[in-house]
Design a protein around this ligand. Structure first.
Ligand SMILES: Cc1cc2nc3c(=O)[nH]c(=O)nc-3n(C[C@H](O)[C@H](O)[C@H](O)COP(=O)(O)OP(=O)(O)OC[C@H]3O[C@@H](n4cnc5c(N)ncnc54)[C@H](O)[C@@H]3O)c2cc1C
Length: 752
């Protein structure tokens, strides 16, 4: 596919309500020549209007959250899942705690704000801030758990008399009633202002007071909390409120980095923008939502304005880059609020409109909110449908699989074409290849390997880390400690500065993992390529530091595929499923939480496992990568002249992997890998179409180690691996003598 080289880098900081609109519009109208990157601390953006419904139990997590992963894919945007720690407006850079800075040409900030605890004395950390929601929700669950086991009623105070605080306490009351816990909590709402809902009409406040009374919530007006003590909130007038748990839903404050950014900010640190949503000091920076200060038309911090601003921002960002005229943002003067009261009822608040309330208002609100969510859940198709090949079968046409090809290890050449090609080239048709080549040099054996792929993720830094970990896996599989690396990086053609930025991020990611592994990056080469790719040639040694350099000792210590012995147990250190999950991630078909779990598994180095392999006297090992568990297990069996038994019930799948495979979301290498099943004898009841069986053919990127060791040591070794962080480590099978006329692999479903 031809892509337009990137000339301009637009970075979206935060995945807030306004940026959702930007991403959606970008998906429908991509801007050739513009690289779009979204940086977000959380991959799920909660839709503010539905949050109280989540707390009340009317919605589940996915009902009220927009998943930024599929949205970014639809927009063709790179996604960096990290927290920005600093912004240098003069240098046009975002800074992070744990990764290289990111340069932008145009920046848009929609990073929200958090309830302010400025000036509050005492144990502020004990307060449960309502934002960020990703931290609030586990805290809320902890309170529910505490209530469930509470012997006597506990005092829960919600601090904040605005719509957020009122909705939260009523939602909480409803949830506790529904779950039979209401009598275990005394609920109170503390508000610094003299009356609730200060920005709303008197009638609305009165109606809300009657709802609070009905829900048995004590309302404490004029209670300005200034200090937190153990189990007590101290107010400015000296009064003390019993509070075993406190939810903090007060006015918000800006993040610290806005003040230090060099951008013009208001007294509270919010970025001052003009009507075009551009910073009043830096026209290459836009801001919207809670983080922006609308000096030209001040409004309360509220999601309704962030949503409206998104429509303008979505048009202004491309227009700015194209050098066209910008639109002006006109925030609603009389915004409509439908404030929920927890019990599937809501109250209308709009200047000049009577404070109507009832369940019909909630249904109306529910319909509006769900319509909003559908905009981001039913995304426009990502690519045009590919056209069918014109080649007739008689002219070699094969109806090759259409659509996207996988990256990472899913982008490897399959077993049979690889073997055929090596045979044709006269390279080792009659021998097996180990994970690394053994090279005798000056009385010792060096291990050398090369591995690489087009990055399976859009973030070059993360991709660099994965490529390094993946390549290192080959050395660890041989029992070798890495010593030195050379890199070959492929970077898509773009404006010079953008290519340099890509290369720097890619190499910084790789270097991080190589350094961690004690492996020196000695040099390399770069070239232009269609997508970002990284290959690493690594050198390692199996030498035992105590034994000194000796070629025979080195050779004996190597963990080779051909050292499997009948009777040994087979252990796998990591779960399977990265192939399907990466394929689903690249096509936007997998929820981000599953992609995150897969990435966490991939980022777990195989290095520390090696110490356990040594300790428990493993003899044979390979890393499970592109050919899937079955392909690599078969290689071991063939090299050792053994047969293998594998038990599917012992093999762990990454969350979402089996569902993805069942739904047909698989790597483009899957079908070829399933040829391995021809060499397997399936126990009664197993079917090659079972997702559990297909999982065994899923190509792994940064997969785990598959190794053999004495049967008697297997359980202790697995326990040690789990303690070391390989929580899915398990004995997955055993080696048995090969019997003539039978297949080398037997797959069982239950432990026998
Ligand atoms: C209980 C409750 C109920 C509410 N109900 C309503 C309502 O009914 N209607 C209404 O209009 N408003 C409501 N609000 C207010 C509303 O939640 C906020 O005004 C709104 O969320 C602000 O949206 P935003 O787009 O500015 O940012 P947010 O939606 O907060 O999004 C911020 C984004 O930035 C990311 N981010 C933050 N910091 C960083 C960083 N340093 N680096 C990288 N990424 C970062 C986050 O991960 C997230 O993606 C409610 C608030 C609460 C607490």
């Amino acid at each position: 596919m031809l892509t337009t080289p990137a000339e301009h880098h637009l970075v979206l900081l935060g995945g807030g309500h306004s940026h959702l609109a930007v991403l959606r519009r970008w998906a429908m109208r991509p801007q050739p020549g513009v690289r779009l990157t979204v940086v977000a601390r959380e991959l799920h953006t909660p839709y503010s209007g539905m949050l109280p419904g989540l707390v009340a139990g009317h919605y589940d997590f996915d009902d009220v959250h927009v998943d930024l992963g599929p949205l970014a894919v639809a927009a063709g945007a790179r996604l960096i899942h990290d927290e920005v720690a600093g912004l240098d407006a003069a240098g046009k850079r975002l800074h992070f705690a744990d990764r290289p800075s990111l340069r932008y040409d145009t920046l848009s900030v929609n990073s929200g704000a958090t309830p302010s605890v400025r000036g509050i004395a005492g144990d502020v950390d004990s307060l449960r801030l309502v934002k960020p929601i990703s931290r609030f929700l586990p805290g809320f669950d902890a309170v529910c758990t505490r209530l469930a086991s509470a012997a006597a009623p506990i005092d829960i105070v919600v601090v904040g008399g605005g719509p957020g605080g009122v909705e939260l306490v009523l939602a909480l009351a409803h949830r506790l009633t529904r779950t039979g816990l209401r009598d275990r909590a005394r609920l109170a709402l503390a508000s610094a202002s003299a009356r609730l809902l200060a920005g709303h009409g008197q009638a609305v406040a009165r109606a809300m007071l009657s709802e609070l009374q009905h829900a048995r919530v004590s309302v404490l007006s004029g209670a300005e909390v200034v200090a937190v003590e153990s189990g007590v909130l101290v107010c400015a007038d000296g009064s003390r409120l019993a509070a075993d748990e406190t939810f903090w839903v007060t006015g918000v404050e800006a993040p610290r980095w806005t003040r230090e950014s060099g951008l013009a900010v208001d007294a509270a640190g919010f970025i001052e923008v003009g009507p075009t949503l551009q910073s009043v000091s830096h026209d290459d920076v836009f801001a919207a939502g809670d983080v922006a200060a609308l000096g030209f038309a001040p409004r309360p911090k509220s999601g309704v304005f962030a949503v409206r601003a998104g429509e303008v921002l979505a048009r202004n960002l491309p227009a700015w880059i194209r050098g066209e005229r910008l639109r002006r943002f006109r925030p609603q003067r009389r915004a409509l609020y439908l404030i929920s009261t927890g019990n599937r009822r809501a109250i209308v608040s709009r200047p000049g409109v009577p404070s109507l309330r009832g369940s019909w208002v909630w249904r109306w609100k529910d319909a509006i909110d769900r319509r909003f969510m559908r905009r981001y859940q039913d995304l426009p198709p990502m690519h045009e449908a590919p056209r069918r090949s014109v080649v007739a079968a008689s002219r070699g046409g094969q109806r090759l699989a259409q659509g996207m090809r996988c990256r990472g290890c899913g982008g490897k050449v399959a077993v049979s074409p690889l073997a055929a090609a090596l045979g044709q080239a006269g390279i080792g048709a009659d021998r097996h290849f180990e994970d690394a080549a053994e090279l005798p040099v000056a009385g010792q054996v060096l291990h050398q390997t090369i591995d690489g792929f087009p990055l399976p993720v859009s973030d070059p830094y993360l991709g660099g880390r994965l490529a390094a970990l993946h390549a290192l896996g080959d050395l660890y599989a041989m029992g070798a400690e890495p010593v030195a690396a050379l890199a070959l990086a492929g970077i898509p053609y773009a404006r010079e500065a953008l290519m340099a930025e890509d290369l720097a991020a890619l190499m910084a990611g790789a270097e991080r993992e190589l350094r961690q592994a004690g492996c020196a990056l000695l040099g390399g080469h770069s070239c232009e390529s269609e997508t970002i790719s990284l290959g690493l040639a690594l050198t390692g040694r199996v030498a035992d530091a105590d034994a000194g350099a000796d070629a025979d000792t080195d050779a004996n210590r190597a963990l080779r595929k051909d050292r499997l012995q009948p009777g040994q147990a087979l252990v796998l250190t990591k779960p399977l499923g990265t192939g399907a999950l990466l394929a689903g991630s690249a096509s936007g078909q997998i929820p981000s939480r599953h992609v995150e779990a897969a990435l966490a598994s991939m980022l777990l180095s195989n290095g520390p496992a090696l110490a356990q392999l040594r300790r428990f006297e493993a003899t044979a090992c390979t890393d499970v990568t592109g050919f899937g568990l079955l392909g690599h297990a078969l290689e071991m069996a063939a090299a050792s002249g053994c047969a293998l038994e594998l038990q599917t019930s012992r093999i762990t799948a990454l969350p979402g992997a089996l569902e993805a495979i069942a739904a047909g979301v698989v790597s483009s290498l899957q079908d070829a890998n399933e040829d391995s099943l021809e060499h397997a004898e399936l126990a009664f009841g197993l079917n090659p179409a079972d997702p559990e069986l297909r999982l065994l053919c899923d190509p792994q990127t940064c997969g785990g180690l598959l190794f053999s060791l004495p049967d008697t040591a297997a359980d202790t070794c697995v326990a040690a691996l789990r303690d070391a962080g390989y929580t899915a480590a398990a004995v997955v099978g055993r080696a048995v003598p090969a019997r003539p006329g039978t297949r080398p692999l037997r797959i069982l479903s239950e432990a026998s």
